[in-house]
Design a protein around this ligand. Structure first.
Ligand code: BTN
Length: 243
């Protein structure tokens, strides 16, 4: 199920991976690569599309996925690998760091100068899991809908250089595959610890909805542990803001 044009454009390099790419499905246009990965399944199946017509983000939001400008792809797993969303954001951080400095935002965003360049969405149907990653690569500010212009950025916007999406994809997949191997050895707490250190969140005072407190750690599910005036609280989803 691969399409000639998009395949040549996006996956025209040999994959240096053990897990990712057991099967590769490339499409010009799809509703959501996560939906396709959940439908197709197969450990390591990679689904990538040039455009998503119904790309989705966390908390029921839409993910802006126009053709030619970003990387929209998903990897299928036949069971949930604990820590995979944190491993994914670390892998993207490592890959993008070769272009410019990046920051991590809980739970799984990658930012540049405080604006979002990458989002990660893990979805599960039964045992089957899709790890979806969206990276803004070639957008100019005017390519984003107005509502996103204050909060979203792209690699080309920050570097001022033309960037080859294939090169970004190649490095992200390589880094992600390395992280998946670590998780498969059962080292997911190490990944969470690395993520927390890289995020600079430890000790920070934050607000999450009604809850305010200092971050003391991440629990094994990736929830933020806060020390509040009422004792320890866990934040499992939503947005956090510094205070
Ligand atoms: C977020 O809200 O930050 C998560 C965004 C995840 C977007 C990616 S793009 C590829 C995959 N397919 C989707 O529909 N969503 C994810």
């Amino acid at each position: 199920m691969s399409d000639g044009a998009a395949h040549a454009t996006l996956v025209s390099f040999p994959l240096d991976t053990e897990f990712i790419g057991a099967r590769i499905v490339v499409m010009d246009r799809v509703a959501s690569t996560n939906t396709s990965a959940l439908r197709l399944g197969g450990d390591g199946t990679l689904v990538i599309a040039d455009q998503q017509t119904a790309g989705r983000g966390r908390r029921g939001r839409a993910w802006h996925s126009v053709p030619g400008l970003g990387l929209w792809f998903s990897v299928a797993f036949e069971s949930l690998l604990p820590g995979i969303s944190f491993a994914a954001s670390l892998a993207v951080r490592d890959a993008l760091q070769t272009f410019c400095p990046t920051e991590l935002k809980w739970p799984n965003d990658v930012l540049i100068h405080g604006k979002k360049v990458c989002g990660v969405l893990v979805e599960q149907r039964g045992q089957r899991v899709a790890l979806g990653i969206g990276i803004n690569v070639c957008h100019r500010a005017e390519d984003f809908p107005e509502v996103l212009r204050e909060t979203a950025t792209s690699l080309e916007m920050v570097t001022g250089q033309p960037i080859d999406r294939r090169e970004v994809l190649r490095v992200v997949l390589t880094r992600l595959d390395e992280r998946i191997r670590v998780l498969k050895q059962g080292c997911h707490m190490e990944i969470l610890e690395e993520w927390l250190e890289a995020s600079n969140l430890r000790g920070r005072r934050i607000r999450a909805g009604e809850v305010e407190g200092s971050v003391t750690g991440l629990d094994p599910s990736g929830a933020l542990i806060l020390l509040t005036n009422q004792g320890e609280r866990r934040v499992i989803s939503g947005e956090i803001a510094p205070i």
